[in-house]
Ligand binder design. Structure first.
Ligand SMILES: NC(=O)c1ccc[n+]([C@@H]2O[C@H](COP(=O)([O-])OP(=O)(O)OC[C@H]3O[C@@H](n4cnc5c(N)ncnc54)[C@H](O)[C@@H]3O)[C@@H](O)[C@H]2O)c1
Length: 364
């Protein structure tokens, strides 16, 4: 059983500095409050400056610095996570105010806009859309991808640098990304949102050994994957959900799980699925049961390949000059192999047959 129960007190995050994006509403706003209640200083950003300023006033009235002359317990800045400079400016505000950052949470997110795969699209209307692009009407929109995935990538990249400053090597620091149930399971009609949230989970997985490596950054990275939570973004299905008596979270319950993950130094590389106010860690079971869902043989060779690739330095190393490029040696991109002089017809068939046979054999 991988149920996770957050343990929080008034001192769980005492004197820590937490930066939160998407902190003006919903789960992010509850997390701002939860972190303040647990003793942290909070710097939060959001595109919605009206709600952000309102939450700032309420929080500053409620939470005061321990001594006169100390910085305020909470600061806010209008931030657009799809704009790299804007994200940098939020980190600068936190760093200038508190001289360090301990934890970063990427909570900003938006739900699906429109229907990318509308059955009503025809060869005519899809072409008309292309024509519109040339007169600068952007369609189809990729805003959902930009806010949910690109925003998380900007926040993580900048966090990986700022979290290293003004903190000793043994001080716990972490990044927490907001994925979703749609980050690991199918969600019909949430096409772009689901791709983005799978991307967020993938980002965490790609960072969890790399970024936590003591000779690199030594940072923890985790994700929270809530199911339906009672915020404005879920208004459309609220009634149906209630009538079906299905479990839902309050924003405070998800915020408690998130704050718990920030405080628990033993957690790195986890995904906390949150449903009906309770949380379950899913990554450990995915790994533990791999030989069952993937098969023993591929699971073994996969592990050997992973060990060989280690921290992936091979991918990020600067390219070495090659004597012969594979392109000049073989088939230029976009040119049918049959048209390339020197490539024998049999070798083309050999490749095709090899792939087909391999798949067929594998299925038996
Ligand atoms: N509510 C749910 O059921 C649910 C379920 C799974 C995952 N989530 C995820 O949890 C996170 C919080 O969701 P929520 O339900 O509290 O949503 P919400 O709409 O209540 O809050 C999201 C916040 O993000 C802000 N935001 C949007 N675009 C932004 C941008 N470009 N830059 C900065 N801020 C921006 C909004 O202004 C808002 O304050 C999101 O990442 C969401 O995808 C929510």
């Amino acid at each position: 059983m991988s149920q996770y129960t957050p343990r929080l007190s008034a001192e769980s995050l005492l004197d820590k500095v937490v930066l939160i994006t998407g902190g003006a509403n919903g789960i992010g706003a509850s997390l701002v409050q939860q972190c303040l209640q647990s003793g942290a200083n909070v710097c939060f950003g959001d595109l919605d400056n009206i709600s952000g300023e309102r939450l700032l006033r309420i929080s500053q009235d409620q939470f005061h610095p321990a001594e006169e002359g100390m910085p305020p317990r909470v600061v806010f800045q209008t931030t657009d996570v799809t704009n790299y400079q804007s994200v940098l400016a939020l980190f600068d505000l936190a760093f200038e105010t508190y001289r360090r950052i301990d934890h970063v949470v990427s909570a900003a997110g938006i739900i699906e806009i429109g229907n990318w795969f509308d059955f009503g699209l025809t060869m005519q209307t899809i072409r008309q859309e292309r024509q519109k692009v040339t007169i600068l009407i952007k369609t189809p929109t990729h805003k959902v991808l930009d806010v949910n995935l690109l925003g998380s990538m900007y926040v993580s990249r900048i966090a990986s640098v700022y979290l290293r400053h003004n903190r000793g090597p043994d001080v716990d620091r972490s990044i927490l990304l907001f994925s979703c149930m749609a980050g690991f399971k199918e969600s019909p009609s949430l096409f772009v949102y689901q791709a983005a949230k799978h991307g967020v989970t993938g980002l965490m997985r790609s960072l969890r050994t790399y970024i936590s490596s003591p000779y690199k950054h030594n940072l923890r990275v985790n994700t929270v994957c809530p199911w339906i939570t009672q915020t404005d973004s879920m208004k459309k299905i609220e009634l149906q959900w209630k009538q079906a008596n299905l479990p839902s979270n309050t924003p405070q319950e998800v915020a408690s799980v998130a704050a718990g993950v920030l405080t628990d130094q033993s957690l790195n590389g986890t995904s906390m699925y949150v449903e009906g106010g309770r949380a379950w860690e899913i990554e450990q079971n995915i790994d533990r049961l791999e030989a069952q869902w993937l098969g023993e043989t591929p699971s073994k060779s996969l592990a050997m390949g992973q060990a060989l690739l280690d921290d992936g330095a091979i991918w990020t190393a600067p390219p070495r000059p090659r004597k012969k490029s594979s392109i000049s040696n073989g088939v230029p991109p976009g040119v049918p192999p049959q048209k390339v002089k020197g490539i024998h017809k049999d070798s083309i068939n050999g490749v095709t047959n090899g792939v087909t046979n391999g798949l067929t054999n594998g299925a038996h």
